[in-house]
Design a protein around this ligand. Structure first.
Ligand SMILES: [Zn+2]
Ligand SMILES: [Zn+2]
Length: 99
């Protein structure tokens, strides 16, 4: 069996899957055991017991992944201001070329 590596959503460090982890009882997001991610209601790995009211930085939107943030920005802008955004992009690209 190989070792898998994960990226902790809280500290963004890479850690081995077999190391200590904290699993949020609310959203099942997995954190490394090395940082001080504020995870309440952890899933008990031995019993699989899952508390009802677990929260973690991801549940509370204290941390957000780049992908999630980008998806949100694209959604927000495409609903409201796509043309405006395209114009801003063009302007920014042109300014970059003129430097
Ligand atoms: Zn971490
Ligand atoms: Zn959570």
């Amino acid at each position: 069996m190989g070792i898998d590596y994960r990226v902790c959503p809280n500290c963004r460090e890479t850690y081995p899957d077999c190391g200590p982890t904290k699993i949020c009882g609310g959203c099942e997001e997995v954190f490394c055991g090395y940082c001080d991610a504020d995870v309440t209601g952890e899933i008990d790995e031995e019993t699989g017991m899952r508390p009802e009211d677990g929260t973690c930085p991801v549940c509370r939107y204290d941390v957000v992944s780049d992908g999630d943030l980008l998806a949100w920005i694209i959604k927000e802008y495409s609903l409201g201001n796509k043309k405006g955004l395209a114009k801003e992009y063009k302007k920014a690209m042109e300014e970059r070329q003129n430097v």
